[in-house]
Design a binder for this molecule. Structure first.
Ligand SMILES: NC(=O)C1=CN([C@@H]2O[C@H](COP(=O)(O)OP(=O)(O)OC[C@H]3O[C@@H](n4cnc5c(N)ncnc54)[C@H](OP(=O)(O)O)[C@@H]3O)[C@@H](O)[C@H]2O)C=CC1
Ligand SMILES: O=C(CO)COP(=O)(O)O
Length: 343
């Protein structure tokens, strides 16, 4: 394997991945399996040391042995210096702080990609706006989003994702690094706003689908939620200048269906737990990994109010999570809305 010195962890990597949770590790797996020397940064030195010893991320993806081309390192400076391409995969609440730490370490030729799903907490700003405010507009940027459960990616099961970038060269080159004919399809999409937004809103709707199933509602209700959730996402996206077709793709409908219908989704499981009567704190504690949709619900609420877009499902989920409304009352409020045209 070229470029990676496993003993010293000094590397010249093709991609440096920041965030050693489930998804950062899964993307690092895919990149390394494709032959890209890949460096994965985690903030917890003890966890990183364990991963290096055992060649496994036992905390987040137990049982999967790291490909040879994947090296883990807790020294951010070394990890950032090793690659042109820096892939950020921390939760949305840590995104701005991660970029602030990255900024003084960056060289002019470097490029930033993120796979974080969500918006800026409290302001509801898109992450591209956050990135450009912190880093300026000189670095090429890209975002990855789509129906991609970490565990299935690591298992090498077929998966597809969308990639959007401010720079065509980055788009082509990064898609080529990740794309794998056997198991991983990357679709390029020029709609940066739409690709970013899909991942944030689908997390909220996935909580709603979990709530509905937790209340014992059936397949009709779940499917109506997915369909009207897609309408809300599209309405918000169009208002922000996104292409409505994006929401019929991987970062829209694809991710919405995945997370609303499969219990691998932490957001769906969170909704299920609340629907069964558990509190927010207990449900989050039991899941033990990031439940992005909890914060995304407040972020989407702030953004939709700011731009004046009606999102009744997201609003009811916001009322349940942040104002103690009962899931049943929220469901009745949605069902009892005035008759209206579908479009
Ligand atoms: N898992 C999945 O299947 C998918 C996840 N995503 C998205 O990827 C992003 C990351 O989620 P995921 O990896 O699943 O989450 P996990 O809960 O699995 O892991 C979170 C990771 O982020 C780290 N972290 C938390 N806070 C900070 C911080 N302040 N600074 C630096 N690192 C931090 C954690 O470190 P520590 O362990 O030390 O706490 C951990 O490594 C989210 O936006 C999620 O929506 C997108 C598609 C699929
Ligand atoms: O975004 C995801 C799959 O695309 C992961 O969903 P959860 O965060 O709900 O687990």
């Amino acid at each position: 394997m070229k470029d990676v010195d496993m003993k010293s962890n000094s590397v010249s990597a093709s991609v440096s991945v920041l965030g050693a949770g489930s998804y950062g590790t899964a993307l690092a797996f895919c990149l390394a399996r494709n032959g890209n020397p890949t460096l994965l940064w985690g903030r917890d030195e003890k966890h990183v040391a364990e991963m290096n010893t055992n060649r496994e991320n036992a905390r987040y993806l137990p049982g999967a042995t790291f490909p040879d081309a994947l090296v883990v390192n807790a020294n951010l400076e070394e990890v950032v210096a090793a690659s042109q391409d820096i892939l950020v995969v921390v939760p949305s609440h840590a995104f701005a702080a991660m970029l602030q730490s990255l900024k003084p370490l960056l060289k002019p030729h470097q490029r930033i990609i993120w796979a974080t799903k969500g918006l800026e907490p409290k302001t509801g700003r898109l992450l591209r706006d956050v990135a450009e405010e912190i880093l300026g507009t000189d670095y090429p940027l890209a975002v990855l989003s789509g129906p991609t459960f970490a565990k299935e990616m690591v298992a090498g099961l077929p998966t597809a994702i969308s990639l959007s970038s401010t720079d065509d060269t980055l788009s082509d080159e990064f898609a080529a690094k990740l794309h794998c004919a056997k198991s991983f399809r990357v679709y390029k999409n020029s709609d940066f706003t739409g690709v970013q937004l899909g991942g944030a809103v689908k997390n909220v709707i996935a909580i709603g689908a979990g709530l509905a199933d937790g209340l014992g509602f059936g397949a009709n209700a779940r499917t109506a939620l997915i369909t009207r959730g897609l309408a809300e996402l599209t309405r918000l996206g169009v208002k922000l200048g996104a292409n409505p077709e994006t929401f019929m793709g991987m970062a829209g409908l694809g991710d919405l269906v995945l997370t609303c219908t499969d219990n691998q989704s932490r957001n769906r499981r969170f909704g299920l737990a609340l629907g069964q009567g558990k509190s927010v704190d207990v449900a989050i504690e039991e899941i033990g990994q990031v439940v992005e949709g909890y914060r995304n619900t407040e972020e989407v609420h702030v953004l939709s109010k700011k731009v004046g877009v009606e999102m009744p499902i997201c609003e009811q989920i916001y009322a349940v999570l942040y104002h103690g409304k009962s899931p049943k009352e929220a469901a009745l409020a949605l069902l009892g809305r005035d008759l209206k045209n579908e479009a």
